[in-house]
Design a protein around this ligand. Structure first.
Ligand code: ZN
Length: 288
């Protein structure tokens, strides 16, 4: 069987064809403009590929409740041209195949659980830290959706005493995304993250915020594995710093075999940044 996968992001739409082993056979990337320009190119790509189903891992917020008349629609979003857009309905109608649908970060979570660093586990937290911060939660083998879907990048954090930056998030200022996403790093330090690699204080502060959020999430959802992906997490030296600070945050309160082996508990994504598109393949497999 051949499946279609669409990773719909704010700057680009990755379209791929894959098989049931998650193998990507071919892929293209289309810039995300407005639906009128972008969608015909995507439909054109998939049209004659003979796919059995399509999976879409989409930027949010999106409606995932199948009983809602808005299921498959993009919700109110800063990307105004896409607000209210029925991406699932349009793809179903155009390609005449079943369509699976979830958030972009849940796509990455599903990719990692199916083929990557958390293969076979039932309780996993996946967080991406890049231009924004998003998180997906697998609990008891189910991807958590709930009322809408988790938006854990917007949890407020306690600021470090020496951090004078007011935060980048237009809604909350000093939430995790507002303090620790790539644009916040650049705004605080006056240079993009890639030019700050050797500045220890940048990564001390960055790991302080990420670890604080992780400690809260560990106490709340008790994951058995935590995967950190996204552009900022390509800074490998963050991992040992985050692990150390998570243990300091928990302060000995939890004693588990996972925390005793924290190097294998808080880990990088394992699919070479293909986790999102591979997760979309799995969404297609489950839709068909
Ligand atoms: Zn926020």
């Amino acid at each position: 069987m051949i499946y279609g996968a669409l990773e719909a992001g704010g700057t680009k739409m990755v379209c791929a064809i894959g098989d049931e082993n998650g193998k990507i056979l071919e892929q293209i990337s289309v810039p995300t403009k407005n639906p009128e320009d972008t969608m015909p190119a995507i439909i054109d790509y998939f049209k004659d590929k003979n796919i059995a189903a399509l999976g879409i891992a989409c930027f949010g917020p999106i409606e995932l409740d199948k009983s809602s008349p808005d299921y498959g629609h993009i919700q109110k979003t800063p990307k105004l041209m896409w607000a209210g857009y029925d991406i699932v309905g349009v793809m179903k109608e155009s390609l005449k195949v079943p369509v699976g649908f979830d958030t972009d970060v849940n796509g990455s979570l599903i990719g990692e659980v199916t083929w990557g660093a958390a293969k076979g586990l039932s309780d996993v937290l996946y967080i991406t830290i890049g231009t924004g911060v998003g998180g997906g939660i697998l609990s008891g083998g189910n991807v958590v959706h709930g009322m809408l879907h988790p938006e854990l990048g917007h949890m407020r954090l306690v600021k470090a005493e020496n951090d004078l930056y007011e935060g980048k998030c237009p809604f909350h200022g000093t939430c995790l995304e507002g303090l620790a996403a790539g644009p916040a790093i650049e705004a605080r330090w006056g240079a993009p993250a890639r030019e700050l690699i050797d500045k220890e204080e940048v990564w001390e502060l960055e790991s302080y915020y990420i670890a604080q959020a992780l400690a809260t999430l560990i106490l709340t959802i008790s994951p058995k594995k935590i995967i950190l992906g996204g552009g900022v997490m390509h800074v490998e030296k963050l991992f040992p710093m985050i692990r150390k600070k998570v243990l300091e945050n928990l302060n000995g309160y939890l004693v588990t075999k996972e925390l005793e082996d924290i190097d294998n508990y808080i880990i990088p994504a394992g699919l070479n940044d293909d986790q999102g598109i591979m997760g979309a393949i799995k969404l297609a497999m489950d839709a068909g």
